[in-house]
Design a protein around this ligand. Sequence first.
Ligand code: HAM
Length: 450
Amino acid sequence: MAITFQAPKGTRDFYPSDMAVRRYIEDIWRKVSIRHGFQEVDGPTFELLDLYKIKSGDEIVSQLFSFTDRGERKLALRPEFTPTLARMVAEKAAGLPRPIKWFSIPRCYRAEQPQKGRLREFIQWNVDFIGEASDRADRQCLAVCVDALLECGLTASDIRIGWNHRELLTKALTSTFVAPDRVSNAYYVLDRLQKYDLAARNALYQEQQCTPQEREHFESFARAFGVPGGNPVGIGDFAGNWPADVLKSIQVFELRLADTGLAELCRFDLSVVRGLAYYTGFVFEVMDAQGQNRAIAGGGRYDQLIEMFGGPAMPAVGFGMGDVVLEILLRERHKLPEKLMPVADVFVINALEDSAVADQLITQLRRSQWNAAHSVIIRPGLNVQTSYRGTRNIGKLLQEASGSGARIALILAPEEAGRGMLKLKNLADRSEMEIALSAVINRVHEILTK
Ligand code: HAM
């Protein structure tokens, strides 16, 4: 009796049509990264478990897929790329040309409860700018993220980007109600306020040993934050107590966003805190404008991580964007191109008894390069398909040719082949011509280039 298996919970099978969508998204990520001067890197799918314990934060550590190898080493599948990147930079920092501008498109693994937009295995585009402390680098990262979203066809009515600044927020918190040694607890609480109901918030306050004064302030934040994806939370009520230099810095950063063409999409948003523990300054999150989906992307500045991994002190900023929510959003907003599957250029129909001539022709077409004297276009090898059905019925084979999406069918039949000729059928305008076998490659390229 056959045993049936299903893919593990929270993973996906990529059939050809799924793969076409994935390639479409990855191609945009790659193209936009390169356009902004970033170079592609990758690392191992698993790392020593301790790499993630240093500074990713409890939430990610609790979601690790970890295991022990035969040498008793504790390892974990990568839940994100940033620790790998920090390790790679730390290892070769002296020899790397600065600034370091890297991107990667790794598969990542998190043992989350699978739900809409969150899986256990996903693909995450990472863009990181290392060795540059200025807020120009922050905006450069934001610009790469925005350009990819625009390139996917999304607009300001589809997405919203909230930004915040941990250093400024720390200053504002410590000058109002948070003791300096309680800042990390405050971040832990702030990051959860929007996602928790009152009962869960009370449990959180207790767990974090919040003072009555802290509870009162956090509750006023919770009221302002509302539900995830609600309106961005400006400084509003809180600003009265905040240091003037903090307010000024926020204003200046907002003005500069306009210089990079980002002002329309980005808003200062107090509710954007980010769960990862390594962020030190600017942070941002990309949300669906209607607030229906989980975050599409998130990132920020992590100026201490590389030093923590044994490298020199090196400022860094970057972000990660997952494919899962992005694909959901593109489908919901009808932004995915209809035709993503690769289609054939040419379909070879063999009605001869033997397949030798057909196979030689197919090979030549696939390997052919074309650079006509009058044209600057160099066409690489063609996508050539043929039938394996074993029939020589040209009518049936023509139907198969049309289904392949090819613009041209080449028909090898005994009558023409005996004279060194074949029939070329233009499947777009249904016209037909007889052509010498020796001239067919040039003719096919000419038609396809038109
Ligand atoms: P993150 O916010 O944990 O940041 O993840 C970034 C994005 O990855 C999320 O906005 C989401 O699109 C996607 N993502 C995360 N978890 C899942 C999941 N379980 N299923 C599907 N998609 C998911 C980081 O990972 C940082 N390391 C990003 C970064 C790079 N910061 C600086 N450089």
